[in-house]
Design a protein around this ligand. Sequence first.
Ligand code: AQP
Length: 345
Amino acid sequence: MSFKQLVFSGVQPTGNLHLGNYLGAITKFVALQETHDCIYCVVDMHAITVWQDPAELTRNTREVTAAFIAAGIDPKKHIVFNQSQVTAHAELAWVFNCVARIGWLNRMTQFKEKAGKDRENASVGLYVYPSLMAADILAYRATHVPVGEDQKQHLELSRDIAQKFNNDFGDAIRAHGFGDAFFPLPEPIIQGPATRVMSLRDGSKKMSKSEPSDYSRINLTDDADAIAQKIRKAKTDPEPLPSDLKGLEPRPEADNLVGIFAALDNKTKADVLRDFGGAQFSGFKSALVDLAVAKLGPIGAEMKKLVQDHAYIDSVLADGAQRAAAIAEPNMNAVKDIVGFVRRK
Ligand code: AQP
């Protein structure tokens, strides 16, 4: 069965939105608007899988929404909303909790990293996070999901859940007239030179919201001085930049800065090395500061302005939620029929 192409993705409102989120996800969201119908979600229910201060959660939800709009997402042509306003996410996640296997969830590296050594004390929500993520995507029967490299494993699990649902309920799916498969197997879109932006302090760790050192990341709300300082202090090695990609392989910090430059300038890493091969880091970092300030400065300024306007942001989310629910609810009703739940008609 062929499914209408539809893009879905989400960002958690957990504060410190950074360059990794921007290059790995949000720039892809913006580009896909030209070719696809898109649904972009502020995933507040995912956020509470680890403790969130309630007032901060509200503030961060508005901030991610402002970032989407400031980066160029059009909430009128496409859909922007926060997850908790559409009940189908939680309803479908429960069904998927009963489809996914414990053995599948036990393999998830994000849970292992976030739960750390004190696993017994992690929330149940953190453990079943991937079921909710599958529900986010499949409530809309979305076919394409732009994400950073770190979400690849969760996307594979979403495909496994969709496949098992289609198999387990195959007879009912056919009986209700949906052909051989009710859910598409969603495809990740993980492309370009910055699918895994690394910490500016340590080229072996991903740039992350929760890293205590603010010097490890460029926040989207950083002003020009902060961007310049962080790039100038970024860890490097003493060698000049290499002239080809092979030369970047053993040099994670150099590789990261070249990848960031390439993504910000819409180029490949090879293009960047053609221009800067043999250059010292001081000169390359100055060019990167100019580029990052030119690209991120206007977005940060617009974000800060938009986020003040609670009435506008909340109206975008309410309108988006209404349009999202209009797609998700019929799908959820079909799932209930397929599973055999008696429902109010
Ligand atoms: N470093 C990164 N490089 C490229 N893409 C990244 N993404 C996240 N970090 C990088 C992508 O951004 C999208 C939204 O991410 P998220 O909000 O779901 O999660 P997060 O940024 O990983 O933040 P957490 O989990 O709140 O905090 P940390 O990282 O501190 O544990 C996703 O598409 C993601 O791939």
